[in-house]
Design a protein around this ligand. Structure first.
Ligand code: BYC
Length: 335
């Protein structure tokens, strides 16, 4: 996702070697890059793409859980889910604001999402037919998100790094509430346990796909690592997630749906880790390109929300303009 009208893009078109070296030296010295600092155009574009995709993921990610708020089994579950979905909306807003500091507008980003030009996380294109899926999203999807986002708190771009600090705190609460839902089902009746296992079978592989393609197929990783936007590669984070999550599944008696999953004491430089089976990359790319089970519904829901909210945006702008006008009139009268 690339934007038009980037702040300062004109002068940055003439990026001399000395300018690029100075910029890289700041990155290597762990200095934070702030919105008004000079930066290579490609750095700006990479951030707009990633932060925009991240913001869209938070907003689209409200949909699969949002449709369970009224159906959650108890008042306590409803309240927690309502608060969680609201948190995700807040994350989207911090992230859109962080992207806006790079010179792209919220309207442009939304237009790119609704027209299908901007990506959002593949994971939100899977359906949530049972209550166990809501637990699974918290445990696995928020769990994977934390694994990816904790290193982003050290991202070289200041506004993104700072937004991630609060996001990670909230995601860690979400992960626990999800795990608690799954644990309750896993310790319940046979039928409830079966529901939890069926849900794990459906979400395990898509959760691993959240980390993106294999490093060898990751077109952006090398440069993003050099710029310290990413601190770990896609495969490194996927491995950390598997190693952290398998014992959690074992603790509540659920089985990871991977016949190739095996403890390997040699892995992770001798610290040990799990070998796991091959991901279905055809499925991954199909979903990323819009062919997942829920892609069409998700975009249709976002289009309807954007259209239905138009009058609210217009009314808020008209109200702000009126207040500004009144304040200006009052100032003139006072002089
Ligand atoms: N889905 O070169 P690569 C949440 C794209 S929401 C779709 O490795 P990169 C939550 C990638 O964009 C949290 N597309 O890319 C919310 C690239 O495309 P282009 C979501 C994917 O950027 C509600 C191409 O594939 N988290 O927690 O270096 C409820 C090649 O990939 C995916 C974030 O957004 C994917 N899974 O690394 C509950 C984290 N993977 O533009 C929970 C922020 C890759 O080159 N993003 N692609 O055509 C990142 O950390 C990085 O962008 C990624 C990909 C690790 C995802």
């Amino acid at each position: 996702m690339y934007s038009q009208g980037l702040i300062g893009s004109g002068s940055e078109n003439e990026e001399s070697e000395a300018f690029l070296a100075r910029f890289q030296a700041r990155i290597d010295a762990e200095e934070k890059i702030e919105p008004n600092d000079a930066m290579p155009l490609a750095y700006r574009k990479t951030l707009i793409r990633q932060i925009g995709q991240h913001a869209h993921s938070e907003i689209v990610g409200m949909l699969p859980e949002g449709n369970w708020i009224t159906r959650a089994p108890t008042l306590r579950r409803k309240m927690a889910l309502l608060a969680k979905v609201q948190d995700e909306g807040g994350h989207g807003l911090y992230l859109y604001s962080a992207a806006e500091t790079l010179g792209v507008s919220r309207e442009e980003m939304t237009e790119e999402l609704l027209s299908g030009r901007a990506k959002y996380s593949s994971i939100f294109n899977y359906p949530t037919p049972t209550w166990a899926d809501i637990g699974m999203i918290g445990w696995l999807v928020d769990g994977a998100a934390i694994m990816n986002q904790v290193p982003l708190c050290r991202c070289s771009f200041g506004p993104y790094a700072r937004a991630m600090v609060r996001v990670c705190r909230e995601e860690s609460f979400h992960q626990r509430q999800g795990y608690e839902i799954v644990m309750t089902l896993a310790e319940g009746t046979d039928e409830q346990k079966e529901m939890a296992q069926d849900s794990l079978n459906r979400w395990w592989w898509p959760a691993l796909m959240m980390f993106g393609p294999h490093d060898a197929d990751s077109s952006n990783s090398d440069q993003s690592m050099l710029w310290k936007i990413k601190r770990f590669t896609n495969d490194e984070l996927r491995q950390k997630f598997v190693d952290a999550t398998v014992p959690q599944a074992e603790k509540i008696g659920l089985k990871i749906p991977d016949p190739d999953l095996k403890w390997n004491p040699e892995k992770n430089d001798g610290a040990g880790g799990y070998d796991f089976g091959a991901l279905d990359w055809d499925e991954f790319w199909r979903v990323v390109k819009g062919g997942g089970p829920m892609n069409r519904d998700r975009i249709a829901a976002r289009k309807a929300a954007w259209e239905n909210g138009r009058w609210v945006r217009e009314a808020a702008l008209a109200h702000a303009a009126k207040r500004e006008e009144r304040a200006a009139t009052a100032k003139v009268a006072a002089e």
